[in-house]
Every structure is written in C-alpha cells, then in structure tokens.
Design a protein around this ligand. Structure first.
Ligand SMILES: NC(=O)c1ccc[n+]([C@@H]2O[C@H](COP(=O)([O-])OP(=O)(O)OC[C@H]3O[C@@H](n4cnc5c(N)ncnc54)[C@H](O)[C@@H]3O)[C@@H](O)[C@H]2O)c1
Ligand SMILES: N[C@@H](CCC=O)C(=O)O
Length: 949
C-alpha cells in the first residue's frame, strides 16, 4: 500500500531526529538494556533511602552492557545519559578493582545516584508531558508540537483510598480550569474513572456507579462551561458495563445538551468493541469516540485464566486486534453521531483510515506523547488533518512507574513503533495485512494462550469459574446462595458409630484397593463434574453454614473440583506398578497400594475443599476413608460425601462421621486406622500425633498434618505502595483473616513505613463488613462465638497499639479488621485466626536478619515479599523457611497443581496438598522380585538377538 509506505518512511526518518527518539533508538524497549532501564525507571524515583537505591541500581544495571552504547548516539544528551549508566554500572557492578570504579568512587557514592537520577529524568520527560498542567501546556507550545492539539490526563495508579480519589478529582478540576483558560487552543482533558473511586467494582456498583456519575457530571459540566472536550478513558472489560452506565447517564443530562465535547475511549482488543460503538452512536448526542488498541491486555488475559472463565473477553492475537480496529474504525466513519478519534501509531492502520475517509477531515488521529513522531507531522502540517497528542501529566515519581508498567505490560516488543526499531523487518513485513495474517491461522486463538479450562492440559481440566462482573450472572448467584437450605440437620456420631464406621471401612478396603487405579480416578473425575453441576447449592451451604463470602465460596467449589481432577491424574500417572532395573533373569516391580482405612479430619475454614482434597487423595491411592468434618460445618461435608457416593465411591469406602474433638479423638484412637490426614491447628495436630503413639502394640502410621502459621510479608522501599496495599488487604482481611495462609505480620522497611501504613489505613476504610451472601461484602462474620470472643479479647487488650480499626455492624459476629503496631518482630507469638494484622518495621540492609527473625518463630507456612530487587527475591527464596513464598503478589489462594500448599516446622509435616508428592504418603510401597529362571533357563537371555552378526 503506497500511502502506508510513505507514512512508514516518514515515521522511520523521524526516529533519528530529536533526543527523545534517539534515546528510544539507542535503548530499544525490546533490548535487555531497554527493559533494564524501564524497570529501573519504574521504581527508582520512589526509593527514598540511598542504601536501597544502590541495591536497585546494582540489580537493574548490573547485567546490561552499557558501555556498548557509550558515545554511539548522535545526541549529546543521550550520550551523557548513557555515561550516567556506564558510571552507575561501574560503581555497582565491577567490584572494588574496576579502574572506572576506582576513578569514580573518588567522586563519592551520591554521584552515581545523581547520574542515574539524570537518566531517569530524561525518561520522565519522554513519557510525561509535564509535571503540572501548566508545564504540559507550555510544552505543547514548542515547535515540535506545532499543529497538534493535546488531551491531557492526570494519569496514575487507580485510587486505593478515598483520599487518593479526591486528590485525582481535584487534579481533573484543576486541569479543566487550566485547559479551559485557553479553550481556543483546542486541547482537551481525559479522565480515568478508576482513579476517582477506590472500589470501582461490579460488586460495589450500587455505591460506586452513582458516586462516579456525580463526579463525572461535575467534570463534564465544568468542561462544557469552559468550552473544552472531556473524554472518559477506557477501563478493563470487567468494568465496561458500569462505565457505559455512567457515560450514558452523563451523556443524557439535559444541562449538557448542545455541548459536543463529551467522549469516551473504546478498546479494539475487546470483543465487544463494535457493539459499544453502535451503543455510543445511538446516544441522543454527538459523542467523541477515541478508538485505541487496548490498555490492559496482559492483565485481562491473566484475570480470565485465574477466574476460570469460559473464554477471553478480548482477542488473543495482536493481528486480530488490528483487524478489529479496522472493523470498528469503518463503523465509526459511517456513524452519524460519532466524531472519530483514531489513536494509533501503526502506519498501515493510518493509511487504511485515510483511504476510507476519502476527502473528509471530519475526524482526528491521536498518538501518545513520546511515540510515533513523524507519522502525523506531514498529515497535520501539510494536508489539514487533525492529530491530538495523548499527554500524561503528573509528577515523574508517580507517573513514570505507571506508564512504564503499562508499556512493559502491553507487549512493547510487538507494538508497531518498536517493531520499526528492529532493522530486520522489511517494509512488506511491517505492513502485512492483518486480515491475511488472521486468515492464515484460520481465525484461531493464539496457541500459547489456551482457554482457561485447558490451562493445565494435558494434565487435569481446570475448574470452571463464574463471571461475577456480568450483572445477570451475579444477580442469579446472589439469589441462589441466599435461598433457604434444606433444613435436615446432620446428627453427630457417637463413639459406637465411629467404631462401626471403621468396621465397615475396613471390610470395604480389599475390594476398593483392588479396584484399578484408573477406575478410582474416573470416579473422582465424575465427582468433580458433580461438584460443578451442584455448584450453586454447594456455594449456598458455604455461605450459610461457614459464612464464606460469595467469592470465597466459588473458590471453595473450584478448589474441591481441582483437587479431585488433579489427584485423579496424579493417580493414573504415579500409582501404576513400575518395572525396576536389575540383573537378567529377574523381574522387579514396585507397587504403590492403599494402606487400609484412613481418617481424614478437616477444619471449618475450607469445609469442602480441604475436607474433600484429603479424602480424594486417600481414596485414589486405594484406601477407604472415615472422614470427620469440623463440627461447625457438617452439612457441606455431608453433601460432598453424598455426591462422592453418587459418583461411584462405594458407600463403605467413604463414611462420614460428623462431630467434634471427641469424635476425632475416638477415630484416631482406633488401632485399625492406617493413616491420618489432618488439617487444623498445631495444638490439635500434636494431640493427634501423641494419640497415634499411645498404644505400644499399634503400628506406627503416617500422619499428614497441615497446621497454622505466623505469616509475614516483607516490604522494601522499591515496592509500589498501591500494589502492596492491595495485596496486604487481600492477604490479611479476605475470608475475615480465617485462612491459615493469611498475613499476620506486615514488616515494612522503616523508610517507607509511614507512606505504606497511611495508604493501608485508607484502604481499610474502603472495606465493607456485612452478610456473606451480599456480593459487596469484603469481610463477613467469624465462624462462631468462641472464635469471636477469643479474637475480641485479644484485640481489646491491644487497644493502645491500634493504628487503625474500622466500624463493624452492631449485630453479628463481626471482628473489625484491625491494624496493630508492634515494636519488634518477636512480639507476635501466636497465630490470631481472624482479621487482625500486626505491623512492624525493619531497617534497610537487614533483609536476611529480618527473614531469620521470622524463621525463628518456628512456623513455616507462607511468607510474602514485595520488592523490585531481584536479589532480594533470591535471598528470600534461599532463606525463608516456609512452604509457600509469594513474591510481589498476595499470599493467599494457592492453586492446585500450581502452588502445592503446606508448611514446615510448626506449620505442618508435608507433603504438600495439590502437589506431585502428596499421593505417595497415602500409599504403602511393595517391591516384588521374581526369579524368572527358577524353573531353569533364562528365556530372555537365550533369545537375545545377535545384533546382525
Ligand atoms: N495448613 C493448612 O493447610 C491449614 C488449612 C486450614 C486451616 N488450618 C489451620 O486450622 C486452624 C483452624 O481450624 P480449626 O479451628 O478447625 O482447627 P482445630 O484444630 O480446632 O480443628 C481441626 C479439626 O480437628 C478436629 N479435632 C479437634 N481436636 C481433635 C482431637 N483431639 N483429635 C482429633 N481431631 C480433633 C476438629 O473437630 C476439627 O475437625 C488454624 O490454626 C489454621 O491455621 C491449616
Ligand atoms: N490453601 C489456602 C489456605 C488453606 C488454609 O486455610 C490458601 O492458599 O489460601
């Protein structure tokens, strides 16, 4: 396509002009140096302490070859930045003996941070139009922006607190005021709704949609009065319908009639892009629609997988998004009420639109500040087309982190501008028709992005999730989980019933253990299917019996199904007889068989998943099982056992014995029990261990005990506070803190403690305590009065050290989430199984010591680390004595087959649930050796082929 070729040539030529382009040329974002620089830029400016700043520099600059770039660029500015990096590398990476280091070190350590700081400042200027709206507007007046207009956005992280949201709102008000003071310049403002409310979530739609509508209305009225345009930025697809509700309401406001400045962004990577544009065209007004390729591609792909949704709401191939973009663009050009804005740096896309638009100039292009120089200059300055620069405004410290992450997340390597930098690609390759590319692969999904269902293929099938961002699905789920339960009570067993159960299970053992493992596995897979078929009923029991929130109840059913399918697969793969090597004339076989009757004893906090997980593993290994649920949650267990029987587990191969500690004690005291799989408190585990050893005549049987922990998260000053706070709130308060994995002890580097704690306090204000069956609830009641009294007594006794607590409903067993200051790591000595979080600080440079102090508690379940320094992650990996270490993420929600779960020390015996070594512990190993020559003659040896001689 000729037009595209011309644009491409302009674009290519422009890449060599100006220091910004030269910087990008020198440090291509798909080179290791480019990525190192971006990673450094993401974190460096927020690190207040020199010690950590040096570690970060060493970490990011250490491996890259900066000298290769020295003096190579035509730009002096770029070369001086490069020297900063060379110097930085020398100081942190060459050891004491490097000549450069010796030379530079005379200038003192601060010099290196200044040099790197200067390089970061350059990067800030590349990505950020101005630190304030005035600075940004001044920059727009510079010759390089001549003829272009701007859409300014006070971009940044999504708000985590109401205070953040208020700050962003005021920034938008200020921007509209400033831009409106020179309305004739034609600039506009973009707003991001997720910056204006800390809980912009479908589950909280009754609260956030009206609040956001009100804020957007205020901004729109202000913009209309100033005569400037206002565009609502795109959000993730899970928020699309809420965004449309808000935009639709504001668009229809009578007071805004006649103002043609209102607009919205549409993401072409979303499969709903065309209907959204049709919707916008149907509003009774002119809408400015900015078509973008899409801003959250990788996080949306991941969310879909994590939540086990049926399919992706977005395209999995870049070329498919390009095709979608063109299809939507054509709709927009034909639409009556839409003023199109095509945001693209792709020469082919631009050329196609130019061709389709014919002589019209009644639309605009848009490009990002810092990208796509050269593509539009001629069109704007010589041919009368319009182009707007999307211009982020804000302090480099906050904004650079955000923009760099977006850039890294959105496949910098595959974006058009960065492809250009790769000299290997010819014009024909760069301008290849995306429709042809998609046709060539038959329109199929990307092979490396399987459907969530197939995530573990060829292993087990992933469990099905529920898309609660879909309002009809959410509402149906809410109705189902709150429907009254069938009231039949589950009668506790007495000691006679326990003995009878073991009698029956022992009698059933020979037949069940002789059932081929493949058949036992197939029964578990049928059980998984049944669990999913009865999902709503099971979720209702979780909500009403265990007070689990809706989200946790989905997780519960999914994990139970995953355990069944995973252990089924593991059974087939690992429990078949194995032929072993040996001398000729001998056959050696290893058999993994069931041991007999297992007792499985479960806690109330995972009354389906853990109850069934332990049981399924014992069953597939050929054991029969007497299963004891927690006394608080017998119903869900009874339903699970009934479904297991329906799936084909013989009645006597799995027997439920409901009841409390006395039933558990009677069960473990029965000398016929061949093994115990227990999950619960450390104290109970020890009691069971002692009971199993009490009778000297009894065989020593295996005990798998999964217990509690004092779980810590360590945060250094390179971590992003917004991410930390989100992960802390999830880890400490989700499930009302009633997960063994939950965060109990937050350890923040002293230099950033005030900032992180302040934000955390704000985030705690956004928590909603309420009924578990209400989707808006974050924290439900705790399990029972005894737990409530225990937690409240402890909490009341720490009142003078509270940093924050939140209000709880007057009625019900609600323990208010509370943040408690500790002076020392050692001050927390036991697990408090509820929404109570302790916080202490640690000093820069003492990561190893801090980990050692946590280890010294003797527990070893989960630990979290938030740091941008890879070396810190290596230290944690090597030194944290825990079963599950989580880096830069929350520390709950282990997934079967991905994060085998379980601790060490006081936290458990292992092997880990949902991991490849679990089943073996349920088996007895028998080696059989047969002398195949005992009757005379070694047939194998005698019939050997002579190998052709
Ligand atoms: N590591 C893990 O995977 C994991 C998972 C969930 C819960 N937990 C831990 O479980 C605890 C909370 O659960 P809980 O309150 O139900 O624990 P718990 O120890 O009180 O009870 C667990 C189970 O053991 C039974 N039991 C109690 N005394 C017994 C005895 N003497 N003999 C045999 N059985 C007996 C109970 O009836 C219940 O079924 C927390 O400490 C938590 O950290 C650990
Ligand atoms: N496996 C669960 C915790 C189980 C204990 O309560 C998690 O990873 O959050």
């Amino acid at each position: 396509m000729g037009h595209a070729g011309g644009l491409l040539a302009d674009l290519r030529a422009a890449q060599g002009r100006g220091w910004v382009n030269q910087f990008l040329q020198e440090y291509r974002l798909n080179s290791s140096e480019g990525v190192a620089l971006l990673s450094l830029a993401e974190a460096f400016l927020r690190v207040p302490d020199p010690e950590t700043a040096d570690l970060l520099i060493a970490d990011k600059l250490g491996d890259a070859d900066w000298r290769a770039h020295a003096g190579r660029s035509n730009s002096r500015l770029v070369n001086s930045a490069t020297w900063g990096l060379v110097v930085g590398r020398a100081l942190v990476g060459e050891g004491d003996q490097g000549p450069l280091r010796r030379l530079i070190s005379r200038a003192g350590e601060p010099f290196v941070r200044q040099a790197v700081g200067a390089a970061m400042k350059m990067m800030g200027e590349i990505f950020v139009m101005g630190r304030t709206i005035d600075e940004a507007m001044r920059r727009m007046k510079k010759p390089e922006n001549k003829g272009f207009t701007a859409s300014f956005d006070m971009l940044g992280e999504a708000a985590r607190t109401f205070a953040d949201a208020d700050r962003y709102f005021q920034a938008y008000v200020g921007a509209i005021e400033a831009v409106g003071s020179d309305a004739a310049a034609g600039h506009s403002v973009s707003v991001k709704l997720s910056a204006l409310h800390p809980r912009y979530e479908v589950a909280r739609r009754h609260e956030c949609v009206p609040a956001l509508t009100e804020m957007l209305e205020a901004l729109a009225v202000q913009a209309a009065a100033k005569g400037i345009a206002l565009t609502v930025d795109a959000e993730e697809s899970e928020r699309l319908e809420m965004s449309l509700d808000i935009i639709g309401t504001v668009a229809a406001l009578p007071g805004l009639k006649g103002w043609d400045g209102f607009g919205m962004a549409v993401q072409a990577y979303g499969k709903r892009a065309r209907p959204v544009v049709a919707w916008a065209n149907g509003l009774d007004r002119i809408m400015n629609v900015r078509l973008v390729k899409g801003a959250y591609w990788d996080s949306e792909i991941k969310r879909t997988q994590v939540e086990g949704l049926v399919d992706y709401p977005l395209f999995t191939r870049k070329a498919a998004t390009d095709v979608s973009y063109l299809a939507v663009a054509r709709d927009m050009l034909a639409a009556e009420n839409i003023r199109p804005a095509f945001a693209s740096h792709n020469a082919l896309t631009v050329a196609t639109i130019l061709e389709w638009a014919g002589n019209s100039r009644d639309f605009e292009f848009q490009r990002l500040h810092g990208m796509g120089d050269g593509l539009y200059e001629r069109l704007v300055r010589e041919q009368g087309y319009h182009c707007r620069i999307y211009a982020p405004v804000g302090g480099h410290r906050d904004l650079l982190a955000y923009l760099v992450r977006r850039l890294l997340e959105n496949g910098a390597n595959s974006s058009f501008v960065h492809q250009l930098a790769g000299e290997r690609l010819s014009e024909a390759e760069i301008l290849a028709d995306p429709v042809a590319k998609i046709a060539a692969v038959g329109g199929t999904r990307h092979a490396s992005i399987p459907l969530p269902r197939d995530l573990f293929a060829p292993g087990h099938r992933n469990s099905e999730g529920l898309d609660l961002s879909d309002v009809p699905t959410l509402e149906a789920t809410v109705r189902a989980v709150n429907a009254p339960l069938d009231a039949a009570p589950v009668v506790p067993a007495d000691s006679g019933a326990v003995t009878a159960a073991v009698d029956r299970a022992a009698a059933a053992f020979p037949a069940w253990s002789a059932t081929p493992v493949g058949e036992r596995a197939a029964i578990l897979e049928r059980l998984a299917d049944l669990l999913e078929r009865h999902r709503e009923e099971l979720m209702a029991i979780c909500v009403q019996e265990a007070f689990k929130t809706i989200g946790d109840s989905i997780g519960e059913v999914r994990e139970a199904a995953d355990f069944c399918r995973y252990y089924a697969g593991e059974g087939r793969a690992r429990l078949m007889p194995q032929e072993l090597p040996g001398p000729t004339g001998e056959r050696n076989t290893l058999h993994l068989d069931g041991r007999g009757v297992w007792a499985t004893i479960a806690p109330w906090n995972f009354p389906l998943a853990i109850f069934l997980g332990q049981t399924a593993a014992a069953l597939v290994a050929g054991n029969t099982v007497v299963a004891k649920p927690a006394p608080q949650t017998p119903r869900i267990a009874a339903r699970a056992v009934a479904l297991a029987h329906e799936a084909g587990v013989p009645q006597d191969a799995l027997i439920l014995v409901p009841g409390g500690p006395e039933v558990g004690a009677a069960l473990t005291a029965d000398a016929r029990i061949a093994g115990v799989a227990f999950t619960g408190s450390t104290a109970t585990a020890k009691r069971i261990a002692r009971a199993l050893l009490e009778d000297d005549d009894r065989p020593i049987v295996p005990l798998i005990a999964e217990t509690g922990g004092i779980n810590a998260m360590i945060v250094d000053s390179t971590a992003l506070p917004e991410q930390v706070v989100a992960d802390v709130a999830t880890s400490a308060f989700r499930s009302a803190g009633q997960r063994c994995s939950a965060l109990r002890l937050l350890l923040v580097q002293a230099d950033v403690a005030d900032t992180v704690i302040e934000m955390l306090k704000g985030a705690m204000d956004t928590l909603r305590l309420g009924a578990p069956g209400d989707p808006a609830t974050d924290v439900g009641p705790v399990i029972d009065r005894a737990a409530y009294d225990r937690l409240m007594t402890y909490r009341d006794g720490t009142r003078e050290r509270w940093l924050k607590t939140v209000a709880a409903p007057g009625e019900g067993l609600f323990v208010p989430p509370t943040l408690i200051r500790l002076d020392r790591v050692e001050d927390l000595q036991q697990e408090w199984f509820g929404p109570i979080l302790h916080v202490a600080t640690w000093d820069a440079g003492t990561l190893s010591e801090t980990i050692a102090r946590v280890n010294a508690k003797g527990y070893g379940l989960t630990m979290g680390l938030h740091s941008r320094i890879a070396r810190a992650a290596e230290v944690a990996e090597a030194e944290a004595a825990v079963g599950n270490l989580y880096i830069n993420r929350s520390m709950i929600g282990a997934v079967v087959g991905s994060q085998p779960f379980g601790g060490e020390g006081l936290s458990g015996t292992g092997p880990k649930a949902g991991g490849p070594h679990y089943l073996y512990r349920f088996c007895t190993e028998r080696a059989v050796s047969v002398d195949t020559t005992s009757a005379g003659g070694n047939a194998t040896l005698l019939s050997l082929d002579e190998g052709g001689i």
